[in-house]
Design a protein around this ligand. Structure first.
Ligand code: DON
Length: 561
């Protein structure tokens, strides 16, 4: 009771400074979808109503997000999905972008050997070969029950007929408009003849509708070959980009063994490399399992210290060991092993902060970061956790002329130079260097938690390097602190990523006195931030009812029936 009122108090305080949005929590016994866009969640639930399963709904929601939430929803980017099937099997699909065939390790270094961030983030070379269309269609064919045409139709309608822009989106378009001035096709979409779009105006995307129609009619060839591919390659050639027809035609999504961990009787299923997310959350949960997190109390100095020390060690391992497993031998068994976690945590001192080694200097992103996560569950317990991205909001800002979609800037997720921080301040080395056809390391962490084979929690988040810690905390809030889904997602969070050696703290994430206690333990840099760490649209199954919430940190929406 005390805990609830404590959290509610801080939620009220936090909501006052929240950028937009409110927690939208709905419950249903037939199916639920929660995403960054109410329109897209409604599309997903409509597909469930029409008799589709959670995979059909997820694919429909993902295509709809490419229309209604274009800063991160995409067909020009990539993502990961974790699917729990109705027989309890869990599979994961990697539709991460790949480096083009002509990419090379030093491609983002200037003459002085420094990383040219403008090039790695805002150029045609910043784009990896898009994976979303291949991944979504492959998932639909394997595990969906509906036709491609049926699940893409709602997205086509939204693009063709348009929808009134929310104030939130109109403002966001205006914010990025200057960065698009060199690209007429981007300006044509994101401005109203050069002027900012206003809230409430009908936003129509005709070129995107035509591209979606080609995908609907021709399947993956409607994107990776033919007219769409020709338009994309023409823009690559105009802007000196690297993606070729061969890269597009040769792209494939991969089905990978999930990362599996356990925590106090629950099973955790998450994304394996090329995402670092699954291995890191399992490693951190393993480190915490020996401690009575619940009795330490949510937001207490003891609990935060424990979490931060786990984060510090896990993120250090990320930098050293993780990259595309098709190119580099990632020691996954070690990283997810409970004994390894015990060893790695032997130097944990409950009263004293450790120091991150003094190598490299991380920096925090100045840019808006946008990725998006949505969760789906149907009445048979089929569950989908899908996180997708263009990397930074609106990717490299280049809309493919005539095709109406944005390209990603995922190439920046590679380590452009050993131990040089990327846009998220993340370090990396050999394991994540640029190589042709390789997938860049990710932090995206779509995750499903089950108990005795039954689905309990479906979660994930955007937030670059902070994603893993958001998922970690949503899990702790549900599994240890026994919160309902709205509190588990809305509760303020903290973040530490080894380098820089700093704890980022949302308002209200610490109990009274915890800050002083953490400083006394030797945590050197406690950095307050606004209420905006992640956007964890999540589902919790309780007593046969599915509860879905959209994160109050942004303007999403959940839908149920
Ligand atoms: O894959 C990754 O880890 C990043 N490209 C994700 C970017 C991201 O989450 C930006 N968002 N908020």
């Amino acid at each position: 009771m005390l805990r609830r009122s404590f959290i509610s108090f801080f939620l009220i305080v936090s909501l006052v400074i929240a950028p937009s949005g409110f927690a939208n929590t709905v419950s249903g016994s037939n199916g639920v979808v929660t995403s960054r866009s109410q329109l897209a969640s409604d599309v997903g639930v409509e597909i469930l109503r029409q008799g589709g399963n959670a995979v059909d709904a997820a694919v429909a929601t993902a295509f709809a997000l490419a229309v209604t939430y274009p800063s991160a929803g995409n067909i020009g980017g990539g993502g990961f999905m974790v699917i729990r099937l109705d027989d309890g099997t869990v599979v994961t699909q990697d539709h991460r972008e790949k480096a083009p065939g002509t990419a090379f390790p030093d491609m983002f270094l200037d003459d002085a050997g420094n990383v040219d961030r403008r090039k790695s983030l805002y150029s045609a070379q910043a784009a990896g070969v898009p994976g979303s269309v291949a991944g979504l269609l492959d998932a639909l064919e394997r595990y969906g029950s509906m036709d491609r045409e049926q699940v893409i139709a709602p997205a086509i309608k939204l693009a063709e007929e348009g929808f009134p822009l929310s104030a939130d989106m109109a403002q966001d378009f205006e914010r990025v408009l200057n960065s698009m001035r060199d690209y007429p096709a981007s300006m044509a979409v994101f401005s109203n003849n050069g002027q900012p779009w206003q809230a409430g105006e009908l936003w129509v995307q005709k070129d995107l509708a035509e591209t979606l129609k080609r995908i609907s009619a021709e399947g993956r060839d409607g994107f990776y070959k033919g007219k769409t591919a020709d338009l994309l390659i023409a823009e690559m050639q105009r802007l000196d980009g690297m993606i070729s027809h061969e890269d597009l035609a040769g792209y494939n999504a991969e089905w990978r063994e999930p990362i599996k961990g356990s925590y106090r009787g629950y099973d955790i299923w998450s994304m394996p490399p090329p995402s670092s997310g699954g291995a890191l959350v399992v490693q951190m949960m393993n480190m915490l399992e020996a401690y009575d997190v619940k009795s330490m109390g949510w937001g207490s100095a003891e609990a935060i210290h424990l979490m931060v020390e786990a984060q510090r060690r896990a993120y250090a391992d990320r930098a050293e060991h993780m990259g595309d497993p098709d190119f580099y031998p990632v020691p996954l068994d070690m990283l997810t092993d409970k004994n390894y976690a015990r060893q790695r945590f032997l130097d944990f001192n409950p009263d004293q902060a450790s120091r991150s080694a003094d190598i490299g200097s991380g920096s925090w992103p100045m840019e808006s970061m946008e990725t998006t996560h949505f969760s789906v569950m149907d009445k048979n317990g089929i569950s989908v956790a899908l996180t997708t991205t263009l990397n930074l909001g609106y990717g490299n800002r280049i809309v493919v002329p005539g095709a109406g979609f944005l390209l990603n800037n995922e190439m920046d997720d590679f380590s452009a130079k050993p131990n040089e921080p990327n846009a998220y301040g993340l370090l990396g080395d050999e394991a994540n260097k640029i190589e042709p056809g390789k997938r860049m390391l990710s932090s995206m962490t779509p995750t499903i938690v089950t108990r005795d084979g039954e689905p309990v929690l479906v979660t994930g988040s955007p937030g670059g390097s902070t994603i893993i810690n958001t998922v970690f905390q949503v899990m702790l809030n549900v599994l240890d602190h026994e919160m309902g889904i709205e509190d588990a997602v809305a509760s303020p969070r903290i973040h530490h990523q080894w380098q820089p050696d700093m704890i980022r703290i949302e308002p209200g994430a610490l109990q009274d006195g915890a800050q002083q206690r953490l400083e006394a333990m030797g945590h050197i840099d406690l950095a307050p931030m606004g209420y905006g760490l992640g956007d964890a649209n999540s589902i919790l199954m309780q007593n046969g009812v599915m509860h879905a919430t959209s994160d109050p940190r942004s303007d999403g929406g959940a839908s149920a029936y």
